[in-house]
Design a protein around this ligand. Structure first.
Ligand code: ADP
Length: 556
């Protein structure tokens, strides 16, 4: 017993340590996930910003390369030849790597106080005078002022970039080339294919610089000019952007020599220049939302694992308590049974000894000792029977074949076997019940002997049988009642447990194995019946068995 207790103590300490450890780990994990999320957010933002800056840079490089290729290095003085060269350069660009980027080409030529627009007829390879398209007023006004020798103003370029998205003017300078103070003589106006840029170039660049999977996680928005006129949205308005960058600067290569003068600042802030703003936002709503989602998911998984561990610990506790109880009960049982066996055995040994000796001559004594041996052997047999029937109930059904039986007959047989004084009250004409008569008699006998053992000394056990009028109608009820000490409330839920013996039974050394009620309940349940107990400490105990009547066809 001491051993069992020490083990139990160790177990409890272990379980407590396990719970504490789980809680500490849970807390650390919570903090760790928080720290990881913050780092992740920072990292994602930096990667995103660097990525879209590279996107803008490459787009600008491609635009500048295409724009430079449109203006031949050597320009003919003769206008027709010059225009032929322009057309040839355009055809070459169109057929080359940047072909899909450019859509149309025009020529803006100053003529007296105005500027004439000449559109390229690609098929014929010639430029023809054209009316200025609607909406190009800003561009036209800007070129008119530049024709007078004014320096290109980036604000004006930005404004015209918003009015005529994708349209870029490439100046041809007078003698001296692209140096300070030289006048712009005319302009090649190239119209880039914005649709292609938005739907094909930008997504491809995003994939290259952010990675295929990550690029797919971001929505894109392109706006132009100081007022952020909307040009393109990949998936609805994005509201607050996770990162943005200026882009679309086809002048990079052309004005390089003139930077730093007057209005030479970039029209948009950021490491890249351009008249457009490229803004991106994570699908989840924002990077914060995305990281928060991941954090909540991580926390949920960790929490789930912790809860699972707690359940496992709870199961362990239950199991431990059960096995601990069982170990205690088994020890009690062994002690109890040994005690039970010792008394009849010593009586039998003494009687045998006496029979062998002088008493053998006295027939009266022989009969007395013989009777004693028989009685003790019977009590030994009852104990063995009890243990065997418990073992039978554990390894299979505790009962045999069911046959219709009379309740009155079963009770009378049980009373006879129990051999205790009883007071019977059995309703006449009770229906038969389906029973294995031997087992059911055994079950009733257990209740009767208990009532005799634990009842008031000298009191007869009261047995009543009748039809159940409250619960399931038609069922038969057998009540076994005594007026003994009763069962304390806290013991009531244990009395049907195997090997359980009440404290008072143990203290008063009342014979028993702690198996009687376990076996009785097993037998009643195997008959599809129920057994209930009502006990008032001080005024007695009543066990009630309910059995279903045998079906009508089975009546004997
Ligand atoms: P046993 O009688 O061998 O101890 P049982 O399984 O028959 O084992 O009963 C278990 C316990 O229930 C008993 O030890 C006793 O404490 C309590 N008990 C059973 N019947 C009665 C009763 N009629 N009155 C008081 N206590 C009872």
């Amino acid at each position: 017993m001491e051993n069992v207790k020490r083990h139990a103590w160790l177990w409890w300490t272990f379980i407590l340590a396990l719970v504490t450890l789980s809680l500490v780990l849970g807390f650390l994990q919570y903090r760790w996930i928080g720290a990881v999320s913050r780092a992740e957010r920072q990292n994602l933002r930096e990667t995103l910003e660097a990525g879209i800056t590279r996107v803008s840079h490459q787009l600008n490089s491609e635009l500048s390369a295409a724009a430079s290729a449109l203006l031949p290095e050597e320009v003919e003085a003769d206008r027709r030849e010059r225009e032929r060269d322009y057309a040839a350069a355009f055809a070459q660009v169109k057929a080359g790597l940047y072909g899909p980027l450019v859509k149309r080409e025009f020529l803006a030529v100053p003529e007296q106080s105005t500027i004439q627009l000449r559109g390229l007829d690609e098929k014929a390879g010639v430029f023809r005078a054209e009316a200025w398209p609607a909406g190009w007023e800003h561009l036209r006004a800007m070129l008119e002022s530049r024709a007078k020798g004014e320096f290109p103003d980036f604000d004006a370029i930005a404004q015209s970039g918003a009015d005529t998205p994708g349209v870029v003017e490439i100046p041809r300078f007078g003698p001296g080339g692209r140096t300070r103070g030289t006048k712009e003589l005319e302009w090649i106006i190239v119209e880039f294919d914005t649709d292609h840029i938005f739907r094909s170039t930008l997504p491809a660049l995003m994939q290259t610089h952010l990675g295929k999977n990550d690029a797919a996680n971001y929505d894109l928005e392109v706006t132009a000019g100081p007022e952020h006129k909307l040009l393109f949205q990949s998936a609805g308005a994005i509201g607050r952007a996770d990162a943005s960058v200026a882009t679309f600067d086809a002048h990079g290569g052309l004005f390089r020599g003139r930077r730093g003068r007057g209005n030479g600042r970039p029209p948009m802030a950021g490491p890249e220049r351009g008249v457009w703003t490229l803004a991106v936002r994570h699908h989840a709503g924002s990077l914060e939302a995305f990281v928060e989602q991941a954090r909540v998911r991580n926390l949920a998984v960790t929490g789930g694992i912790l809860v699972l561990m707690m359940f496992a610990v709870a199961a362990l506790v239950r199991l431990t308590r059960r096995s601990q109880r069982l170990a205690e009960l088994q020890i009690q049982f062994v002690a109890g049974v040994s005690h039970e066996l010792r008394t009849p055995l010593s009586v039998m040994r003494t009687a045998g000894h006496n029979l062998r000796g002088a008493m053998a001559a006295d027939p009266e004594k022989v009969r007395k000792y013989g009777g004693l041996i028989e009685q003790q052997a019977e009590s030994l047999g009852a104990i063995v029977e009890q243990v065997l029937s418990f073992a039978r109930g554990k390894s299979g059904s505790p009962i045999g074949r069911l046959e219709p039986a009379s309740v009155k007959f079963l009770i009378e047989e049980a009373v006879k076997a129990a051999g205790c004084p009883t007071e019977l009250e059995i309703e006449p004409n009770l229906p038969l019940v389906l029973a294995d008569a031997t087992s059911l008699r055994h079950a009733l006998q257990n209740l009767l002997t208990n009532a005799a053992k634990y009842g008031r000394p000298g009191d007869p056990v009261r047995v009543e049988a009748g039809l159940n009028r409250n619960g399931s109608p038609g069922s038969v009820e057998i009540r076994v009642r005594d007026r003994g000490e009763g069962i304390p409330r806290h013991e009531l839920r244990h009395i049907f447990d195997p090997f359980y013996r009440g404290a008072s039974a143990v203290a008063k050394q009342i014979h028993g194995t702690g198996l009687g009620l376990t076996i009785t309940r097993g037998i009643i349940r195997a008959h599809r019946g129920t057994i209930a107990v009502k006990s008032e400490p001080g005024s007695g105990t009543e066990f009630t068995i309910r059995l279903e009547p045998a079906p009508a066809g089975d009546v004997k």
